[in-house]
Design a binder for this molecule. Structure first.
Ligand code: C5P
Length: 225
């Protein structure tokens, strides 16, 4: 897809709605680069946790001060998240980071820092960007905006299937659903559906079907432009 301006596809939605993996797959199909805004919130949180100071002492200045330790390294269709110059993908997806990240993401100064990094990453490339508010706060003029939703039980089941590599029990899914719904509540203010977003309910779709729909929408929109 070509033109004067870079193409920007935003994929927003609640926790575990499949945004990141879908965005990565769409980027590969279209030859775009995937920018995962959540990875920046996670990397700042991991850097804070590494320092060892208790979360009560994480002032906005301390939080954004970690920014100089965090970087995105471009790969052909994605970015690697680095902390202190070293890839930290596994660490930033751990449960300790996940349980602290909303605390960090709530801070306006942190949001401004992340949004600036995401804009930089999207500067000279066609991109698929995923997060909570990419279609509103960062790219209100995006070429295509998707808002992914799915039933919480199904989101919990998918997340556990990924983590455990076996079928989860009903009890495990119930416990994970409760955690997800809590995180949805903590993230509610920053999760914003753009008025011009296409809402895709993925509860009964396979990931391949979600990806096909988004790719088809991207092609339709860019033919119109
Ligand atoms: O998408 P992911 O689960 O990796 O995001 C981690 C956390 O980062 C979310 O729970 C949310 O608190 C925050 N986040 C955000 N705005 C974004 C992306 C992520 O507040 N655009």
């Amino acid at each position: 897809m070509s033109g004067d301006r870079n193409v920007v596809i935003t994929i927003d939605g609640p926790a575990a709605s499949g945004k990141s993996s879908t965005a990565q797959w769409v980027a590969e199909k279209l030859g775009f680069r995937h920018v995962d805004s959540g990875s920046l919130y996670r990397a700042l949180t991991a850097a804070l946790l590494r320092q060892g100071a208790p979360p009560e002492r994480w002032t906005p200045a301390v939080m954004t001060g970690q920014g100089s330790r965090v970087a995105l390294r471009p790969e052909p269709t994605s970015f690697l998240t680095l902390i202190d110059g070293v890839p930290a993908e596994e660490e930033i997806r751990g449960t300790l980071v996940t349980s602290h990240v909303s605390l960090v993401a709530r801070v306006p100064e942190v949001r401004a820092w992340v949004n600036a990094r995401v804009r930089e990453a999207a500067q000279d490339h066609d991109v698929v960007v995923d997060g909570r508010d990419m279609g509103t706060a960062v790219f209100p003029e995006a070429t295509l905006k998707i808002f992914l939703i799915a039933d919480p039980w199904e989101r919990a089941r998918r997340r556990l299937a990924q983590r455990l590599e076996r079928g989860a029990t009903e009890e495990e899914i119930a416990a994970e659903t409760a955690l997800l719904v809590q995180r949805d509540a903590r993230d509610a203010t920053q999760t914003v559906q753009a008025k011009d977003a296409v809402v895709l309910d993925t509860t009964y779709l396979t990931q391949a079907e979600q990806v096909e729909r988004i790719v088809a929408l991207a092609r339709a929109v860019s033919h119109e432009a």
